[in-house]
Each structure stands twice: as C-alpha cells, then as structure tokens.
Design a protein around this ligand. Structure first.
Ligand code: NAD
Ligand code: 4TP
Length: 347
C-alpha cells in the first residue's frame, strides 16, 4: 500500500510527567510502517525523550501554524512527525505540575482540529492526569466527556475492549452507562432517555465501526443481585428493565438486567458482543483484571474516531526513567484506530 494511503493517526502524548510521551514515541516508532502516527506534544521535550529511549528514533517537529498554512508535510517512514504544542514548565518525570495542564488540553484541541481539517483520520490519546487539568483551572472529568463537548455531541459512550489477549476465548467489550462521576451521583445519573440512547449508540457503533451484524448486549443491574426484586434497590424495576423492553421493541438484541457480580462468566459472555455496565468500576474492574495492558478505550457515538489506552499515567514508572512502561495497550489503541480509519477511507 502506498505511504499516502496509510491512515494518519493524531496521537496526543498526554501528561508530560507520566508515561504517555514515552509510550507514544515507542509505539509510534514501532508501528510507523503500518500507519502514519503524528505526535502532538512539546517537540523539544519529545526529541529529548526519544533520544533517551533510542537514539535511532527520528522525529520531525512542525509548528501548528505551519500545519494550518500548509497541512501535514510529506514524510517517509524514517521519521515521525510531531506537531509542536509547547509546555509551560520544565518536566520532571513523575512530578505533576499544573502549569502544564492547559498545554495538555491544547493537544486535544489540536487533535480535534487535525481530524476536522482532514489532516488526520483518527485520534489516539495517551493518558493524562485529570486532576492536573482541574488544578490548572479547567473543569475536566475525562477525554470522553471533553471530546463530546468539543465536537458538540450530546451523548457518547465509553467502551473498553480487549481482543488482543489470547487467553480470552472471545473479545471482551464493556461499555458504561455512566463515566467519570462520584459514586454517590451514579443512581441519579441513570435516566431512561439516556440509557436507551446509550444502548442505541452501542448497537449502531458495533455494527458500523466494528462490523458486528447483530450486536448482542447484556445489561447489568445497578444494585446487588440486580435489586433483589426491589428489596435491594428499585432502579432495575423503575428504569433499567423498562428501558431494555423499549430497546427490544426497537429491534435491539438487549437483555437484562443481570446481577453484575455473576454476569462475567464464560457461559454468558460467549453469548454476548458487549456488556453494558452501570458505572465505571462495575465494568472496568473486570475488563482490566482480564486484560490490563492489552485493552483499548473507544469512544462510541462520536463523529470522529478516538481510541486510548486502558491504563493511566503511571507516575511511579515514569519517575524511574524510560524503559519501564509497557506499550501493549498503546499499540492496540493505535492499531484499533488505524483499522477503524481504514474502514472509513475505503468507503
Ligand atoms: N486514557 C487516560 O487518559 C487515562 C486512563 C486511565 C487513567 N488515567 C489517569 O491516570 C492517572 C493515574 O491513574 P491510576 O494511578 O489509577 O492508574 P495507572 O494505570 O496510572 O496505574 C495503575 C498501576 O498500573 C501500572 N501501570 C499503568 N500503566 C502501565 C504500563 N503501561 N506498563 C506497566 N505498568 C503500568 C502503574 O505502574 C500502577 O502500578 C489518573 O489521573 C487517572 O485519571 C487516564
Ligand atoms: N475511564 C478510563 C479508564 O479507566 O481507563 C480513563 O479514566 C480514561 O477515560 P477518558 O478516555 O475519558 O479520559
């Protein structure tokens, strides 16, 4: 395939004090013959880090203004392009500095611009530190919510998936009805209209973006034992079961609500394409236990393609210097985004 047909993937390098910049450089370099990764971050810092990782890695920095003037420069596979988004403060690996929070956020804005302008086909985000962006004075709960707002998408769905773990008998996909919010706010955030829309987004994206002809979705309850007929909570009776019935009436293959603690058994998972869990740790704990470091986070319902890793900034590893972080999930995130982008390119 000619180089020009390779999918171009915008990669935001994430929290500079974490492992994001290192895994972005390593994964981009490793996969540069299968796609064209374009790193978005501080070019000088990334060049310094690349040299530390492996002096044979070649990066080529360009300014955002140059991109706006002339688009992405032609390149061969000997170099990875970096769109320069300068940081405000010197980086000490492992030590967060809120002075860099806004610069991290700018990388997301540039990534969105790069897709909206047609310079790139998809976005992959390395992990950032949500608290640092808040400390920088910007209310921020996660990429998922930020990208929805930035692209004026009323509702998106966070789904983490793993099909790269040979120990799993089939791909494991876990989508969430609620994302980053305090546990105390979860029950009130499970509302009928949004839950139905969540099911529809999962169904549509599994069909259109993942090629699953008739997606089967298993839905968890919220409460222990799915509410025990109302004796341990009423959300299943009042909201979740009626929404499942509505979705079924619309032709979706949705069932539940099932008790979350026993749903993740092979006999159920073998009959499913996705589990819809009610909140973050109910679903993601299972997925990360099964496949930490090999999973991918996909934002469903967005007009653009966005994937990410299944792990965070790992400040503890970054503080030890380069060479400790695993790039497995970053590679899966890049490959998944590239595959989704290729589907679009071929259309
Ligand atoms: N996509 C994202 O932007 C994303 C995803 C998850 C968490 N986060 C953020 O990351 C920050 C830290 O979160 P956390 O401490 O809960 O989780 P974490 O994933 O950063 O770390 C948890 C443990 O896993 C290890 N680990 C993580 N990534 C690894 C890798 N690539 N290779 C080897 N070991 C790895 C760490 O060393 C640590 O022991 C938080 O601010 C959180 O919001 C961001
Ligand atoms: N919920 C994600 C996880 O646990 O892996 C993570 O926090 C990243 O979420 P965003 O992609 O929304 O930043």
């Amino acid at each position: 395939m000619p180089d020009s047909r390779l999918p171009v993937i915008a990669v935001t390098v994430g929290e500079p004090a974490g492992i994001g910049p290192e895994i972005s450089i390593r994964a981009a370099w490793a996969l540069r013959q299968q796609m064209r990764p374009v790193l978005i971050g501080d070019a000088a810092y990334l060049a310094m880090l690349a040299n530390e990782i492996d002096p044979s890695i070649r990066l080529m920095g360009i300014s955002l203004q140059a991109m706006r003037n002339a688009g992405l420069p032609a390149t061969d596979q000997q170099r990875v392009t970096v769109i320069d988004c300068p940081l405000n403060a010197h980086v000490i690996a492992g030590q967060l500095d809120p002075r860099n929070g806004r610069a991290v956020l700018q990388t997301l804005d540039v990534a969105v611009e790069s897709v909206q302008q047609g310079w790139c086909d998809a976005i992959v985000t390395a992990p950032l530190q949500k608290s640092t962006i808040n400390q920088a004075g910007v209310r921020f709960s996660g990429h998922t919510e930020y990208l929805a707002e930035k692209t004026q998408t009323p509702q998106v769905v966070m789904m983490l998936a793993c099909d790269a773990n040979p120990q799993l008998p089939q791909p494991l996909r876990v989508a969430l009805a609620t994302t980053h919010l305090p546990l105390r706010e979860v029950p009130d955030a499970i509302r009928s209209d949004e839950l139905l829309r969540t099911m529809q987004i999962i169904d549509a994206d599994l069909r259109q973006k993942m090629g699953i002809a008739h997606p089967r979705i298993l839905v968890t309850g919220l409460n222990p034992h799915a509410g025990e007929n109302g004796y341990l909570g009423r959300e299943e009776i009042d909201i979740i079961a009626p929404v499942i019935a509505q979705a079924q009436a619309l032709g979706l293959q949705v069932s539940g609500p099932y008790p979350a603690d026993t749903l993740f058994q092979q006999k159920y998972l073998a009959q499913a394409d996705c589990v819809l869990a009610m909140y973050h740790d109910q679903g993601l704990t299972v997925l990360k236990h099964a496949s930490f470091g090999l999973g991918v986070n996909i934002t469903l319902g967005l007009s653009l393609i966005r994937t990410s890793v299944d792990h965070g900034t790992a400040l503890d590893l970054a503080a030890q210097g380069v060479g400790h972080a695993d790039t497995g999930s970053m590679q899966v995130a890049l490959r998944t985004a590239a595959a989704m982008a290729m589907t679009n390119i071929k259309k």
